[in-house]
Design a protein. Structure first.
Length: 367
């Protein structure tokens, strides 16, 4: 296996359209790194430049100790798994998995050994004589992964491989790919637009927007300490609540206020926020850090907010409440026992120790 290093890479299309801008990233040997972001953010383009399927406009791509900008895809010692599986419909599963090895004139005995080993790992041994049309979506994806495994490449690349599967199968395949990474101890780079996939699969996650890396971190750091409003809003489901308002000072205490509510800033945040007194700021709080006053002992008048229930979404073990306070919409993620009526007034308690504050102009984190 090998390290992958991107050094200030750009991809510019005709018309001076920058799909990827000044991306630098190091992927360690045996690491599982996930590129995540909305459609058009440059994550798949970045992956394709690593694979050699897109030419690098500027910058360097290194695999192991070799710069591969001018190396053809077939000579980069990578294997790529695509969204649409890319299986040959007229070939059996065995023939699909062995195709690349046969092209490289591997001995028949080694081809058979590698295919059987991969099939056993992926639990598709019984499917080797079938053709793709006879397989389910999940089985086809396993075959596509198996075709990559038999090559024993330095790096595995995955381009949204689960997006064509139903929700239940996506969860199952996420688990299978995690097990595969642990078993193979291989270097894997995975692209997805699904932040749940990213959070559950990656050792580190690379969040991209408009061709630029916003943050690179492990899942917990990314969730608890986002560097800007975009990352805070993109990671987490339901997403973080954002409210624009001002910092005010009363009786030597700091408060955040908008037209709908006022809440006290905790002492640990005082020093970072006192310089924003009187200024507009963005307050952020995650749905799970908002509680129904009836079910918490941490309520005080300084962190309690009045709201009206607009939508109630029972999810089984938890309930999503869509609320309005003043003119600000909020989402709360509460326990399954908490099911207020639509249009009901509620007292909400904010865990202000978990609050985030962002600069209104730059949208970068303050604290």
């Amino acid at each position: 296996m090998a390290q992958v290093s991107l050094k200030n890479i750009y991809k510019v299309y005709p018309g001076n359209i920058e799909a990827v801008r000044d991306v630098s990233l190091g992927v360690e040997n045996r690491e599982f790194v996930v590129l995540v972001g909305p459609s058009g953010c440059g994550k798949s383009t970045t992956l394709r430049m690593i694979a050699g399927l897109e030419e690098v406009t500027k910058g360097e791509v290194w695999i192991g100790n070799k710069m591969v900008n001018d190396v053809s895809p077939k000579d980069r010692d990578i294997a790529m798994v695509f969204q649409n599986y890319a299986l040959y419909p007229h070939m059996t599963v065995y023939e699909n998995m062995s195709f690349a090895l046969r092209l490289r004139k591997y001995p028949k005995s080694e081809i058979e050994t590698r295919v059987k080993e991969a099939a056993e790992i992926l639990n598709i041994t019984k499917l080797l004589n079938r053709r793709p049309r006879e397989l389910s979506g999940g089985q086809r994806q396993r075959v596509a992964v198996g075709r990559a495994i038999v090559r024993k490449p330095m790096v595995f690349l995955f381009d949204e491989p689960l997006s064509n599967l139903d929700a239940k199968m996506r969860v199952q395949m996420r688990i299978e790919l995690n097990k595969l990474h642990i078993r193979l101890q291989s270097t894997m780079i995975y692209v997805t637009h699904d932040q749940t996939e990213a959070m559950t699969m990656g050792n580190r996650i690379v969040v991209m927007k408009d061709g630029v890396i916003q943050q690179v971190a492990d899942p917990i750091t990314l969730y608890d300490k986002p560097v800007n409003k975009f990352v805070a809003g993109f990671i987490g489901s339901p997403p973080m609540n954002f409210v624009k308002g001002r910092i005010i000072k009363k009786d030597s205490k700091l408060f955040f206020t908008d037209e709908g509510f006022t809440v006290k800033i905790v002492e640990d945040m005082y020093k970072k926020l006192v310089s924003y007194e009187g200024k507009e700021i963005i307050f952020g709080i995650r749905p799970e850090d908002i509680y129904d006053k009836l079910f918490t002992s941490m309520a005080s008048s300084e962190n309690t907010v009045k709201a009206v229930v607009e939508i109630v979404e029972p999810m089984g073990a938890e309930v999503f409440l869509y609320l309005i306070t003043g003119e600000s919409p909020l989402i709360a993620r509460v326990g399954g026992h908490d099911k207020p009526e639509v249009h009901q007034d509620m007292d909400l308690v904010f865990d202000m120790s978990k609050a985030h504050f962002f600069n209104k102009d730059t949208e970068e984190i303050i604290i």
